[in-house]
Design a protein around this ligand. Structure first.
Ligand SMILES: Cc1cc2nc3c(=O)[nH]c(=O)nc-3n(C[C@H](O)[C@H](O)[C@H](O)COP(=O)(O)OP(=O)(O)OC[C@H]3O[C@@H](n4cnc5c(N)ncnc54)[C@H](O)[C@@H]3O)c2cc1C
Length: 329
């Protein structure tokens, strides 16, 4: 039995590991040059920056078991801090009992751990699927059909992207459309004296979340800046100010951050470096959405991903596990 998995994010890698553990021949195809998908760590000259998921939670027992193992393997750790919220009076502590975890040293470390032993074709974007009597063949971005035949193809892309590849298949109509919202991510390295207890901020309808990346477990200090921040602009703001916006994202983000932190005029927050990234399909608009497994066993095709299991990193992991259960049922 040969299975092709499209996408080396958490859902694809979890499915790959689960199938391989039970003797299935698996090959993963990934359009980018590394694993992780939206669990993305951008390696910049001035530091490694997590530009996708900032932390994760573990509510399901199966994921909690995996997270405990990751902690033992030193690729994940608890991020102990009390978030702040932006109010009319400025930043106020926002007590909650949520246990937050991060990948160590980077969020992407989780994906790298899951990728061990998995055969992955990087820089390989799949643009079409062909069904024949011998199974599925995959057509890459250069228009070439691969020579290998697969009994199953498992798509793990955001639903909107999977839908395009599934045109003409039996499950085409079952894929939800327009479930994700976009997100501008801005990393800013700054000089300035910010109180140590401000590590994560629930923002407003412009910037929805801020991480102080430089305060997370196992981050190395830099001589070039005091702090490294990551801002996620809200879904609504990022929809209005799309990929081609004329708005200066760096200016907008730095201004927002300086105002939120209420830096004294004599000692303003100074940006040293910045990096921005637009996520077209970032998070679910409604993370209670669950579609369960969308698959056609007779054709050997399935579409999974975080979107099919409540979103987030946890949903991605669970969708991979659920597919393995379905496959062997
Ligand atoms: C800005 C942002 C903030 C987030 N914040 C959080 C958070 O704080 N906590 C949390 O738990 N979750 C958060 N998430 C969500 C979380 O990151 C995702 O739900 C999860 O990582 C998705 O995993 P996945 O495997 O389902 O999909 P992806 O990670 O999207 O994996 C899909 C993979 O498929 C590849 N691919 C796409 N098209 C093709 C193609 N045609 N051919 C080959 N490969 C292809 C992609 O490159 C990618 O590697 C956030 C996401 C973003 C973007």
């Amino acid at each position: 039995m040969k299975v092709a998995i499209i996408g080396a994010g958490i859902s694809g890698l979890t499915a790959a590991q689960g199938l391989m553990a039970r003797g299935v021949d698996v090959k993963v195809f990934e359009k980018s040059r590394g694993v992780g998908g939206r669990l993305a760590t951008k390696r910049l000259e001035w530091g490694n920056v997590d530009i996708g998921a900032q932390y994760f939670t573990a509510r399901d027992q199966r994921f909690q078991t995996r997270v405990a193992q990751w902690q033992e393997d030193k690729v994940a750790a608890r991020w102990h801090f009390q978030p702040h919220s932006l109010s009319a009076a400025g930043l106020i502590p926002s007590p909650d009992s949520t246990l937050r975890y991060v990948g160590t040293p980077n969020m992407n470390s989780l994906a790298q751990a899951l990728a061990r032993g998995v055969e992955i074709d990087f820089n390989t974007r799949i643009d079409a699927l062909h069904a024949s009597a011998n199974g599925w063949t995959l057509v890459t971005a250069d228009g070439r059909a691969g020579k290998q035949h697969f009994d199953w193809v498992v798509l793990t892309l955001p639903a909107e992207q999977s839908a395009a590849l599934l045109a003409g298949t039996a499950i085409e109509q079952q894929i939800p459309t327009q479930v994700h919202e976009p997100c501008w991510a801005l990393a800013v390295a700054t000089r300035g004296d910010v109180p140590a207890d401000i590590q994560g901020i629930f923002g407003d309808d412009v910037v929805s979340w801020v991480s102080r990346l430089s305060a997370r477990p196992q981050r190395q200090a830099s001589e070039h800046y005091d702090d490294l921040w990551l801002l996620h602009f809200s879904g609504d703001w990022s929809t209005i100010n799309g990929k081609d916006t004329g708005v200066d994202i760096a200016q907008a983000g730095l201004g927002w951050l300086a105002q939120a932190l209420q830096m004294p005029a004599a000692k303003p927050l100074q940006a040293v470096y910045h990096y921005k990234h637009y996520w077209r399909y970032a998070r679910l608009k409604d993370d209670t959405t669950t579609a369960s497994i969308i698959a056609d066993r007779s054709a050997g095709i399935a579409a999974i991903g975080a979107w099919s299991a409540g979103g987030r990193v946890e949903g991605a992991y669970l969708s991979g596990l659920d597919f393995v259960d379905y496959f062997f049922a």
